[in-house]
Design a protein around this ligand. Structure first.
Ligand SMILES: Cc1cc2nc3c(=O)[nH]c(=O)nc-3n(C[C@H](O)[C@H](O)[C@H](O)COP(=O)(O)O)c2cc1C
Length: 368
């Protein structure tokens, strides 16, 4: 059956996406210093809601010491719930599902961002980047507390009225750090074998689902974002990723979200391999996984791009930068209008872009 961009998509939790296009999570760095919601943030998201089936709110830290950015958004304490409620309501009132992405930076954090604290991770191995700090290895009790922190943040999202959360298992943050053989060198039940490295993402997912059920929110959406491969040695291979996803599929995940900068991405490890990662995924998905919608990402600028990605096999597509430069992107596609960039001088009011994102827009402007 041919898939249409404006088909409804049924999720396993019972909720429905009104179409196949979603606003991708994009960090805006415009929260208050404590991570609570600003009016600027509410305006930015509300302006872009309505067209996409769901708006995935940017990476949101679950622990006061788990930030990866200045101005990061947080769901780490109950006093953030009123602000998060405004955000969820703003998105839902326009007609999109409100989903919030939860993360802990782990070794990608720095003491400067986290009140002087040394970052933590699965093991004390620094990330391969300039000036990376060697993290402290989490004790077993701390791992159990960390799982609870993810669940507590999800509970706050529920109280604030969000329809779901996206667990940020990508972009080298803590969930990925536990699965990665580079950052996880443990020899206890939380590391070593692939089965043990799976334990943390698996238990976080399980606990979040259990928490939603205990709160009576049985239709709570849980998405999971993953980075398909790592360049580190040892690092996550695509085969490892299929192992991860085939197992996470047991925990009623509503969608899996590729974290890639272009939906047509091929392997970054074997650059001679021309097969799309998407095709590898479809070839290797078990029966449970095949029932879960997959969300692609990267490079959607027109209706043709989106249709091509859906025809290639994605069920949903997240759209990032096109939403920055055109807040009505999905409506334009729906109305058969060309999604023009509104990126011209003096567009601040039309675009409603938080100040830190102007740097990125400047970059996009140069590329036009
Ligand atoms: C400014 C900016 C911030 C981003 N922040 C996040 C983030 O918080 N979480 C995440 O998973 N991806 C993040 N991304 C990646 C996007 O979700 C998306 O996958 C990427 O931009 C490719 O899609 P696009 O070509 O449609 O922009 C960010 C991208 C941009 C441009």
């Amino acid at each position: 059956m041919t898939k249409n961009l404006f088909d409804k998509v049924q999720l396993s939790s019972g909720q429905t996406f009104e179409n196949r296009l979603v606003m991708a999570p994009m960090t805006t760095q415009c929260s208050f210093h404590d991570g609570s919601v600003t009016d600027e943030l509410v305006q930015y998201y509300t302006r872009r809601a309505g067209g996409p089936a769901a708006v995935i709110v940017e990476s949101t830290f679950i622990d006061n010491y788990g930030r990866a950015f200045e101005g990061a958004l947080g769901a780490d304490s109950d006093d953030k719930i009123p602000g998060l409620t405004k955000l969820a309501e703003g998105i839902k009132d326009k007609g999109s599902k409100a989903i919030i992405q939860l993360y802990h930076a782990g070794r990608m954090g720095t003491p400067e961002l986290n009140k002087g604290r040394q970052p933590i991770s699965a093991s004390n191995v620094a990330a391969l980047r300039d000036n990376a700090v060697v993290p402290r290895t989490l004790e077993v009790e701390e791992i159990e507390e960390m799982i609870q922190l993810f669940a507590d943040a999800a509970a706050r999202a529920i109280k604030a009225g969000f329809d779901g959360v996206e667990l940020h298992g990508a972009n080298t943050y803590l969930l990925q750090q536990f699965f990665s053989p580079h950052s996880n060198r443990r020899d206890d039940e939380w590391g070593g074998s692939r089965e043990n490295r799976l334990r943390f993402p698996r238990q976080v997912t399980e606990k979040v689902r259990q928490t939603a059920e205990e709160m009576g929110k049985t239709d709570f959406i849980i998405g999971y974002r993953f980075s398909p491969e790592e360049l580190e040695e040892p690092g996550i291979t695509f085969e490892d990723t299929m192992y991860l996803l085939n197992h996470l599929a047991d925990y009623s995940i509503d969608y899996f979200h590729f974290s890639i900068n272009n939906w047509q991405r091929t392997s970054i490890i074997d650059t001679t391999d021309e097969q799309l990662l998407l095709e590898k995924y479809l070839d290797n998905a078990n029966d449970k996984l095949k029932k879960i919608p997959i969300m692609g990402a990267g490079g959607i600028k027109s209706v043709e791009d989106a249709e091509e990605a859906i025809a290639a096999g994605f069920d949903l597509m997240s759209v990032g930068k096109a939403h920055l430069i055109n807040p009505d992107f999905v409506d334009c596609l729906k109305n058969n209008e060309l999604p023009k960039s509104l990126l011209t001088e003096g567009d601040d009011e039309k675009l409603i872009i938080p100040a830190p994102l102007w740097n990125i827009l400047g970059f996009l402007k140069e590329k036009k």
